[in-house]
Ligand binder design. Sequence first.
Ligand SMILES: *Cc1c(COP(=O)(O)O)cnc(C)c1O
Length: 376
Amino acid sequence: MSAVPTRASMNVPLLDLKAQYADIRADVDAAVRSVMESARFIGGPEVSSLEEEVARYSQSAHGIACASGTDALLLSLWALGVGPGDEVITSAYSFFASAGTIANHGATPVFVDIDPRTYNLDPHRLEAAFTPRTKAVMAVHLFGQCADMTAIRAICDQHRVFLIEDAAQAIGSEWEGRRAGSMSDFGCFSFFPSKNLGGAGDGGMIVTQNPEHAEKLRLLREHGARPKYYHSVVGTNSRLDALQAAILRVKLRHLDRWSEARARNAALYDPLFEGSRVARPYHDPRARHIYNQYAIRVAKRDELRKHLSERGIGTEIYYPVPLHLQKCFAMLGHRAGDMPQSEAAANETLALPIYPELSEDQIRYVAASVREFTDL
Ligand SMILES: *Cc1c(COP(=O)(O)O)cnc(C)c1O
């Protein structure tokens, strides 16, 4: 093996969207110019084509674009009529929106601890969370790997409750050959710039197999108006811009290549941590992992993060506080110790750079810099 590159030559950001743009600049610029010249900024063919393409990509019958991943979750819960007095079960270890959108509707998020290997909702703990008030379950596919949808689906079917997939980090990932978003009543995607399919701003989409749910979502995202100015239900404005749709359509053509490059980078990292104190991400053989994040687990995580920052390496903590311990949910009465696996993950995980354009030298530099600290 050649020498590990030194600090002077290396700077590894957590994500490098400039490198991605450089790779696809001509197509993105042409797509933007075409929308500008068409002057159709809301709705129109770019949005409807993206809806069809993402639905097809996600093995789903319908796609409903909206303003963000958060709105995708919000609209899905709305379409189910989730409201005060209802409970929605979700993972205690996720981005805030998974629980925040439940609370936005006046419903109560009920948290379930995670499987410590995958960081996803542990189906063995799901059954105990049901009550007569349970209206739905929201499974989260964290870091780009699907939750155990076979087990979760079976439990939801048995209780006859709706199932939502928060697939914001998981577009194109699979569980037993089935794509994220297609295994539930509502599959919710985010096009936030740092997701595997990211726009030049906010955006989101819901996919569903059910035409009635699709129709309801379309109504809700446009103030319940059909026809225009005749309102049968109260909705909101949650649309995706044509400019975002046009950019996302260009990027969707590269998504599989990028997700494969992320998986290849993960396969480069893995052996470099062999025999170290670093716990590597677990890849369930039943899943296609798209590595939205490559999260390692270490003791002294915060010190390691500082060490890497001094070596020019960008990292992030997803997420430092599990949802049941967030201040805004204090009224739920949770205490430290209630969800031990989520709490341990919040204390020990660190996301390393995994973006597709990383070079092998950069990966070796990151791994060597991690081990410089953890091997001590
Ligand atoms: C990014 C994300 C969201 C929210 O998506 P936005 O587009 O930022 O609103 C929801 N859930 C998870 C798990 C996410 O990672």
